[in-house]
Each structure stands twice: as structure tokens, then as C-alpha cells.
Design a binder for this molecule. Structure first.
Ligand code: ATP
Length: 236
């Protein structure tokens, strides 16, 4: 297992957002986390990346207990998050944003190699290399956020709603790229409102409801599960 969460609870003041979440992500997998608004998907990502401390439970990554590790040290260990709402630095160029993603790294040759890889995955970013990120379209900013997360050369890539706000054609494209990134050796944990796409691309998935995991299975199993279809796929 690359990642294992055991009985994780998380509080925002008196609000309990996670009620004992247990999940695993195996080396080489794409795992999806689906659920309605407010189910706790983003909160689960924050627990893993260390942006929010957990109240109880444990998180083991790549054989090490990271439950109490600082967020920046988790990046060094190989956990990288592409945040919901994109979060690119608007005053910086595309290239500068990508450079920021590699801030924990020192090997210039490897960084240059990964920059080339990101530009191969996203030719649109290459064309706009020197453009200020604030002037990019929503879809391009989304690509940049994913590209920046890749620049830390993560073992585990956390993607929070990568398809949010994208036109249907771009949604297909971003999922194609996620599969490609995965096939190149990066393990992916994906949070998505777009359950149809997420389940059809993921090896395994978990369904989250009000801070609890209520179902898990292969992407295919969940795609054909009547309750999942009814609640998340818009078909009875
Ligand atoms: P969405 O798809 O709408 O982003 P989500 O599944 O990602 O939903 P979370 O953002 O993880 O849901 O929120 C889980 C619960 O925690 C919600 O009830 C939310 O209101 C609450 N919550 C999230 N962030 C905070 C915060 N900073 N302070 C207080 N409550 C919060």
C-alpha cells in the first residue's frame, strides 16, 4: 500500500467533518473519492496533504507514519496536491508557476526534464509559457494546477475536482491526461463531482456521505451499482 488512512476523524471547531474514514491507495492505482457537496471529500484531501490536522486515527504513506508530519515535509516525501479552485499564482507566468511546484527540489536537470514532460502533456501550457497565469482561461489554469503538482515529481498525486468548471471536451481531455500520468507511474487519488468520468477511469473508488465511507469497490462495480447510479450518476 502506498497510502493507508485508518479511522481518521477531523474537526472544524465543533463541526465533525470526518467520522472515522479508512481507505487505502495501492502503488500504481487511480482511486476516486465521490460524494455530494459537503460529504467531506476536500477535507479528506486536506487530512492527507497535512493542510488540516486530524483529531484521531492514523495516516501511513510509503511505509512511514505521517499523521503528525508538517505539510511541506509531506511534499518532500512525495505527496502533492492540486487544489480545488485551481489556486495558481495569477501574477506569475506559466513557467514561474511550474517552477514553484519544484521548490523542494535541487536537481536542475531533473526539474528541466519534468518541465518538458508537463509541456508534452499540456502543449497549451508550452504555447503560453511566458504568459501571466491570471490571463489564462479556466481550463488552462486547471491544466497549470495539475502541471504544477506534477513538478514536485510526486509518488502520490492528489487531484481535487480536476474537471470543475471545464467544458465537456476539456473534461475528456483532462481525464485522458490523468490516465496517462498514471500509466507513466504516478499513483493518483482523485476527488470528483463528475462521478461518471471518475468511476470509468478509476481502478477503485470510495463513496463518501456526511463524513463516512458508505461504499467501496472497483470503478466498474460502482458504475453499475443501482444506489450509486441513483444518487450520483443522474440515472435510476
Ligand atoms: P464540495 O464538493 O462541496 O467541495 P466536499 O465533499 O469537498 O464538498 P468538504 O469541503 O470536505 O466537502 O466539507 C465537509 C464538511 O465540513 C462540510 O459540512 C463543510 O461545511 C465543513 N467544512 C469544510 N471546511 C470548513 C471550515 N473551514 N470550517 C468549518 N466547516 C468546514
Amino acid at each position: 500500500m502506498l497510502l493507508e488512512l485508518k479511522d481518521v476523524t477531523l474537526l472544524y471547531g465543533r463541526i465533525q467533518a470526518l467520522h472515522g474514514i479508512s481507505l487505502t491507495v495501492g502503488q500504481g492505482e487511480i482511486v476516486a473519492l465521490i460524494g455530494a457537496n459537503g460529504a467531506g471529500k476536500t477535507t479528506t484531501m486536506k487530512a492527507i496533504s497535512g493542510l488540516r490536522p486530524i483529531a484521531q486515527g492514523s495516516i501511513v504513506f510509503d511505509g512511514q507514519d505521517i499523521t503528525k508530519m508538517r505539510a511541506d515535509l509531506r511534499v518532500v516525501r512525495g505527496v502533492s496536491q492540486s487544489p480545488e479552485g485551481r489556486g495558481v499564482f495569477p501574477g506569475m507566468t506559466v513557467r514561474e508557476n511550474l517552477d514553484m511546484g519544484a521548490y523542494t527540489r535541487r536537481n536542475k536537470a531533473e526539474i528541466a526534464q519534468d518541465m518538458d514532460r508537463v509541456f508534452t502533456l499540456f502543449p497549451r501550457l508550452k504555447e503560453r509559457e511566458k504568459q501571466s497565469s491570471g490571463t489564462l482561461s479556466g481550463g488552462e489554469q486547471q491544466m497549470l494546477a495539475v502541471g504544477r503538482a506534477l513538478m514536485s515529481r510526486p509518488k502520490l498525486l492528489l487531484l481535487d475536482e480536476p474537471s470543475m468548471g471545464l467544458a465537456p471536451m476539456l473534461i475528456q481531455q483532462i481525464f485522458d491526461i490523468i490516465v496517462e500520468i498514471n500509466q507513466q507511474g504516478t499513483t493518483v487519488l482523485l476527488v470528483e463531482q463528475n462521478a461518471q468520468q471518475a468511476l470509468s477511469r478509476a481502478h477503485r473508488a470510495y463513496v463518501l456521505e456526511t463524513g463516512r465511507i458508505v461504499k467501496e469497490g472497483t470503478g466498474q462495480d460502482l458504475l453499475t451499482d443501482p444506489a450509486v447510479k441513483d444518487a450520483y450518476l443522474g440515472v435510476a
